[in-house]
Design a protein around this ligand. Structure first.
Ligand SMILES: Nc1ncnc2c1ncn2[C@@H]1O[C@H](COP(=O)(O)OP(=O)(O)OP(=O)(O)O)[C@@H](O)[C@H]1O
Ligand SMILES: [Mg+2]
Length: 286
């Protein structure tokens, strides 16, 4: 697999990305959650399009290894995917596809499709993942790489989440989603601390640039209360408080766009949830 990734000879195998965090390569923004089905893939797609509309050059990577579905939400049938890159049959740039709509031609973005139903993808070694992330950042033409992760706390997800410059942890206001988001935040505090100590050696606040998204909220005020509960738990038990990336209201037009395999911004650009994601994109972009 390494031949097609074309890694620099000096690249370390085990994932110290400190150089990239210091401004070299694209900014890596990962989207994670503890509980499944909270809206990560939809948010990743909508954020990709919102950031592209703001002039960013965005690559959306389907990082839900083994259960990819960015392509399904968008009605795409990619000829090749990440599995071909990892097996060495294709290079990264051969499998990347462009997503553009007639309605929003200026909001086009690129996609690195994943593979669904491949168990070998779900059990990738951390060293291979580190190489992959490094090669993706080095593609050169992107300023933002969005990484849509699978739910949960398995080692591959934890590693990819801890590799991100900015980590968005998504939760709804359901107690199970909140409890699982807290578990992700707790493990990230540990993983990010370990990575920073292994890298620069400088003391950092481990949850620095870990931000919460409260999705499917009944109102902005209720989402804010949900954020406050989770932030208070983090402050009390982890000694650190993730910031608020934004609140996204529950909106029936999200499901409508997904069922039609198109984006919310294309189909319902004035929907409240589209406004909410645009606000998150504006904050991320600065
Ligand atoms: N703001 C919202 N309003 C209404 N429905 C939403 C909203 N956000 C997400 N959904 C619904 O949640 C469902 C799950 O979304 P999505 O597949 O993006 O979640 P996910 O976190 O990526 O799931 P998985 O953990 O399985 O990867 C979708 O069917 C979508 O309709
Ligand atoms: Mg998903």
């Amino acid at each position: 697999m390494t031949a097609m990734l074309q890694l620099p000879a000096s690249a370390p195998m085990h994932g110290d990305d400190t150089a990239f965090r210091n401004g070299h390569g694209a900014r890596l923004v990962a989207v994670a959650s503890g509980k499944g089905g909270v809206g990560k893939t939809w948010l990743s797609i909508t954020l990709a399009q919102s950031l592209a509309a703001r002039g960013r050059n965005v690559l959306l990577v389907d990082g839900d290894l083994g259960l990819a579905n960015v392509d399904i939400q968008l009605g795409l049938t990619p000829r090749h995917d990440l599995a071909a890159v990892l097996s060495g049959r294709r290079g990264l740039s051969d499998v990347i596809i462009r997503h553009a709509t007639q309605e929003l031609p200026a909001a086009a973005f690129d996609i690195l499709p994943g593979r669904s139903g491949a168990s070998s993808m779900a059990t990738l070694e951390i060293g291979v993942l580190a190489q992959l992330l490094r090669a993706i950042r080095q593609l050169g033409s992107y300023d933002t790489v969005l990484l849509d992760l699978g739910a949960g706390i398995d080692p591959t997800m934890r590693f990819m989440a801890a590799s991100a410059d900015t980590l968005l942890v998504v939760s709804t206001d359901e107690p199970t989603a909140l409890a699982d988001a807290y578990a992700v935040l707790k493990l990230q505090a540990r993983d990010r601390q370990a990575r920073s100590e292994g890298g620069s050696g400088l003391p950092v606040e481990a949850l620095a640039d870990v931000r919460l998204v409260i999705n499917q909220s009944s109102s902005l005020a209720s989402g804010r209360r949900t954020y406050d509960v989770l932030a208070r738990a983090c402050g009390t038990f982890l000694g650190q408080t993730p910031s608020l990336a934004g609140i996204i209201r529950r909106d029936g037009r999200v499901g409508d766009a997904i069922r039609r395999q198109t984006t919310l911004l294309t189909r319902h650009p004035n929907a409240p949830a589209a406004e909410d994601v645009a606000r998150i994109a504006a904050n991320l972009a600065c």
